[in-house]
Design a binder for this molecule. Sequence first.
Ligand code: ATP
Length: 345
Amino acid sequence: MSANDAFRIAVLAGDGIGPEVMAPALEILRKIEKTSDLKFRFTEAPAGANHYLATGKSMPDSTVRLCDEADAILLGACGLPSVRYPDNTEIMPQVELRFHFDLYAGVRPARLIPGVPSPIVGADRRGIDLIVIRESTEGLFASMGKGIVTDTEARETLVITRKTSERLFEFSFRLGVDKANVFKAFAFFREMFDAAAARHPDVKADRLYVDACSALLVKRPWDFDVMVMENMFGDILSDMTAGLIGGMGMAPSADIGDRHAVFQPCHGTAPDIMGQGKANPTGMILSAAMMLDWLADKHGLESATEASERIERAVDKVYADGIKPMEFGGRNGTADIVKAVLAAL
Ligand code: ATP
């Protein structure tokens, strides 16, 4: 791949505020196209609760094929609380894609952008800049659709495999979070983390139980760099770290496998604010920047690294200049934020 070839990007806007935050991210990428040697070919495809309502499927086979052939996948948000399978679970093509393409590393950076208010006292001075790495294909989510419920009890099985854990730790080396004092599965997880730690003596490794970790995260978030953990723990703690840096709308993410990767904000479809122009698109825009960084790494393209950094700098400038999303009490809706980021670019 050279800078002259167009990157094929599969675009799954999804439901709720998904399309509302996807449109700004595409606008930003089109601006990048005009001001760099990068080219993109965006192809939109259906997935989510609305598609399920229309067809009875969470996404068509053509969407999966498109994702398979794409250089990267951008996803808005999928699922609506009011639309459910007969077993009462939500429509979650984003989780299906993680299984289908073996996207085991869920990378969720939480950086407090100067100018954004954090609920943590002292965070504006000390900063927050950490990454939660959520294993994304097994753990408690391995039970998805397979749980057993009777009149008297419910069972869901947590799965941790050597193959995925070893790849995960190689990917993400630094600070492990588990519950190894209570569950054997996490003792197994920890054993593989320790083995990875021994292979990376240059990196300072530490381990924490997830409950103690939650308390520490709100007391001293600046002490954390990279945290790697089981799927469900990562689901919960990454929402918490999003809260630490201003809110769900600020947090980007990537689900990365050995070949494919999906880039989407940490947040869901936010039905409470959909259609009102209130959604904060920052997490989606920063996810697009993560996509460029991943493509840069994969294809050795310096210009994609530069473009990713330009988007981050533009977002930082907009917050330094005082933009305040409605998400945390400000007056700026989706359109204001996109306009400001485009201008800063
Ligand atoms: P999921 O389980 O699909 O991740 P969720 O149930 O955790 O979704 P979200 O859809 O992320 O919920 O919404 C949680 C809260 O955060 C809601 O009050 C929503 O309005 C708010 N929120 C989420 N994303 C944004 C955004 N981009 N801008 C503003 N507010 C947001």
